[in-house]
Write a protein that binds this ligand. Structure first.
Ligand code: AMP
Ligand code: TRP
Length: 336
C-alpha cells in the first residue's frame, strides 16, 4: 500500500510565529517520512483581507523559505504556491455551487474576522473555507495537520465531501476523498504572551503578544521579560486561574524536548525571575538554526524558484486529475 497523503498550508501574511510553528509546521516536519506530503503557501487566502500588493510576493518567498528552514525535506514533500495551480480557484467555484450559504455564515473564524474588520468584508472572506476545502480535496488528502483553530474548517470540508459524494457519486465511486484533521494535543493552541486566554495570532496589534520565528535574541529577551505572568511562586501546569503559567511552561517543555512531568518537577519551586531566563535561552537556541537556514535560503532566490517550479508541476499533475474527475461527475462537456 502507498503512503497516505498529507496536505497543509500557511498564509503569506507577515511573519510566522511560534503558534504556527508548534501548532502546524513542526508536526509536518516530524512525520514527513511516513507520508506523501504537499505543503502550499496559500497566497489566495492572504487576499481575503485587505493586503499590500507590494509585499505579497516577498511574503510568499519568505513562507516557502521558512518551510525549508524548519526542516521540510524535498525528498518526502512538495512545496508549492497555491496561486500557481489554477485548479484551486476552479474547484472552489464548483464547490461554491454545492455549499449552502449558511454553512459559511456559521464559521467562527469568519465571524471573528468580520467583526474585527467592520465594514466592507469581502465575499472572499466568507468563501475562505471553501477555498481551503478545494486545497485539501484536490490532493485527495488523507490527513490535514493543523492547529486547533482550523478544526471547524476541516469539519466543513468533510461536510462538503459528504454532500458532493451523495449527490454526484456512489459508494463504489466517490467523487472526493474524505479527509481527517491531524491535531496534536501539545502546541495545538499556543497562547498570547500578553493574555493567556487568547491565542497567539498574526493579527494581534501588539508585537509583544507573540514570538516570531525570525525574532533576534534581544527581541526574544525583551518579549519574555515583558510577558504577562502572575505573582504566585511555584510554577504549575493546568491551574485554571493561571493560563499564562500553563502556556509558558508548555512552550518550555516542547522547545526543550522535556516531558511535562519533568518540567513540572523542575519548575515547582521556581519563581518567574528564575524561569524567564531559562525560557529565553531555550527559545533563542531552538530558533537559531531555523533563522540561519532561512537567511541562506532567502539569499539564493534561484534555488527557491526552482523548488517552487518543481512543486508547481508535481502539484498540478495531481490537482488537474481531481478537477477533471469532479467536472466529469458534475456532468460538464469535456474539452475536445
Ligand atoms: P495561519 O497563520 O492562520 O495561516 O495559520 C497557519 C497554521 O498555524 C494553521 O495550521 C493554524 O492552525 C496554526 N496556528 C495559528 N495560530 C496558532 C496558535 N496560536 N496555536 C497553534 N496553532 C496555530
Ligand atoms: N486556513 C488555514 C489557516 O489559516 C490555512 C490553510 C489554507 C490551510 N488552506 C489550507 C490549512 C489547507 C490546511 C489545509 O490556518
Amino acid at each position: 500500500m502507498g503512503k497516505q497523503r498529507i496536505l497543509s498550508g500557511v498564509q503569506p501574511t507577515g511573519n510566522l510565529h511560534l503558534g504556527n510553528y508548534l501548532g502546524a509546521i513542526r508536526n509536518w516536519v516530524e512525520n514527513q517520512q511516513d507520508y506523501d506530503n504537499f505543503f502550499c503557501v496559500v497566497d489566495l487566502h492572504a487576499i481575503t483581507v485587505p493586503h499590500d500588493p507590494k509585499q505579497l510576493a516577498q511574503n510568499t518567498y519568505a513562507i516557502a523559505a521558512l518551510y525549508l528552514a524548519c526542516g521540510i525535506d524535498l525528498e518526502y514533500s512538495t512545496i508549492f504556491v497555491q496561486s500557481h495551480v489554477s485548479a484551486h480557484s476552479e474547484l472552489t467555484w464548483l464547490l461554491n455551487c454545492i455549499t449552502p450559504l449558511n454553512w459559511l455564515e456559521r464559521m467562527t473564524q469568519y465571524k471573528e474576522k468580520a467583526l474585527k474588520q467592520g465594514e466592507n468584508v469581502s465575499v472572499g472572506l466568507l468563501d475562505y473555507p471553501v477555498l481551503m476545502a478545494a486545497d485539501i480535496l484536490l490532493y485527495n488528502a488523507d490527513k490535514v495537520p493543523v492547529g486547533e483553530d482550523q478544526k471547524q474548517h476541516l469539519e466543513l470540508t468533510r461536510d462538503i465531501v459528504i454532500r458532493i459524494n451523495d449527490k454526484f457519486g456512489s459508494k463504489e465511486k466517490p467523487v472526493l476523498k474524505l479527509p481527517e484533521p491531524l491535531i496534536r494535543k501539545e502546541g495545538a493552541r499556543v497562547m498570547s504572551l500578553t493574555d493567556g486566554t487568547k491565542k497567539m495570532s498574526k493579527s494581534d496589534e501588539s508585537e509583544l503578544s507573540r514570538i516570531n520565528l525570525l525574532d533576534p535574541p534581544d527581541v526574544i529577551q525583551k518579549k519574555i521579560k515583558k510577558c504577562k505572568t502572575d505573582p504566585i511562586k511555584g510554577l504549575v501546569f493546568d491551574a485554571p486561574d493561571r493560563p499564562e503559567c500553563n502556556n509558558l511552561l508548555t512552550l518550555y517543555s516542547i522547545l526543550a524536548s522535556k516531558t511535562k512531568s519533568d518540567v513540572a518537577i523542575e519548575a515547582q519551586e521556581m519563581g518567574w525571575g528564575q524561569f524567564k531566563p531559562l525560557l529565553t535561552e531555550t527559545l533563542i537556541e531552538s530558533l537559531k538554526p531555523i533563522q540561519d537556514k532561512y537567511q541562506s535560503i532567502m539569499d539564493d532566490k534561484n534555488y527557491l524558484q526552482t523548488v517552487l517550479k518543481d512543486g508547481q508541476h508535481k502539484a498540478e499533475t495531481v490537482a488537474n486529475e481531481t478537477l477533471l474527475r469532479v467536472k466529469d461527475a458534475l456532468g460538464f462537456l469535456p474539452k475536445f
